[in-house]
Design a protein around this ligand. Structure first.
Ligand SMILES: Nc1nc2c(ncn2[C@@H]2O[C@H](COP(=O)(O)OP(=O)(O)O)[C@@H](O)[C@H]2O)c(=O)[nH]1
Ligand SMILES: [Mg+2]
Length: 218
């Protein structure tokens, strides 16, 4: 397992670096999705199921970003996908320079689809453009439908919000429609897709989104 110890980028402009990454990805025909959420909302589980279901159609790689450990990258590697673990030197987010280091360690040019599993929290990852083609936020049902009210920036910068663990809806007071309205008030262009990575319910809608975005990137 390759583990890379990162330092915060010293370049002056994260936004400019992010644009350079997006250009490189487009030239190469690789789609990079920045996956953000709280710890435990189900990022690695969702990515694992996605790799199992789509690896026949796409060459997939994963950059796992955490403060410590390599448990998530090991879970991904066990599925046969290419993965690297990056450590963020205690920082709670990835920036564009760190993402480029991860992409290069992954030898991304022959990959169709790369997922960046960002550090788990709903605050700092929203503040840094990673250079990803699109940003995807995962909100799990047990976290509550009030999260768009508490973490508006995260919901504003995400292109797609996956409301996951829908298999637990019977056990929580989570109003899916109210949550959708709260998200759309912040971000009228956002797409909202409810899924369960456990049962597979509605995962096809997420795969359709990925297929469209991957095609647009070619
Ligand atoms: N019921 C249910 N549990 C899930 C689902 N997705 C993930 N989990 C569980 O949530 C916990 C955290 O998942 P993980 O993928 O490690 O979250 P991460 O920290 O965001 O990567 C694990 O116990 C998973 O089994 C789901 O769709 N439904
Ligand atoms: Mg994880």
């Amino acid at each position: 397992m390759q583990i890379i110890e990162l330092k915060e980028s010293v370049t002056a402009s994260n936004d400019r670096d992010a644009e350079i990454i997006r250009e490189k990805l487009k030239e190469n025909g690789t789609f990079l999705a920045n996956i953000m959420s709280s710890p435990g909302s189900g990022k690695t589980t969702l990515l694992s199921r996605t790799i199992i279901d789509l690896s026949g159609s796409y060459k997939i790689g994963v950059i796992e970003a955490d403060i410590a450990s390599s448990v998530d990258a090991e879970r991904i590697e066990a599925l046969g996908a290419r993965s690297v673990q990056v450590h963020t030197d205690g920082m709670c987010h990835m920036d564009a320079g760190m993402t480029l280091t991860g992409l290069e360690a992954l030898n991304y040019p022959d990959l169709d689809l790369v997922f960046l599993e960002n550090v788990g929290n709903l605050i700092c990852p929203a503040e840094f453009d990673t250079g990803a083609s699109k940003s995807v936020m995962i909100l799990s049902v047990p976290e509550g439908d009030d999260k768009p009210l508490k973490y508006p920036l995260m919901f504003s910068v995400s292109d797609l919000i996956l409301v996951t663990k829908t298999d637990t809806l019977p056990y929580f007071n989570f109003d899916l429609e109210k949550c959708r309205q709260r998200i759309l008030r912040l971000n009228p262009n956002a797409q909202v897709i409810p899924v369960s990575a456990k049962t597979g319910e509605n995962m096809d809608a997420w795969y359709d989104w990925l297929k469209t975005e991957t095609k647009n990137c070619k």
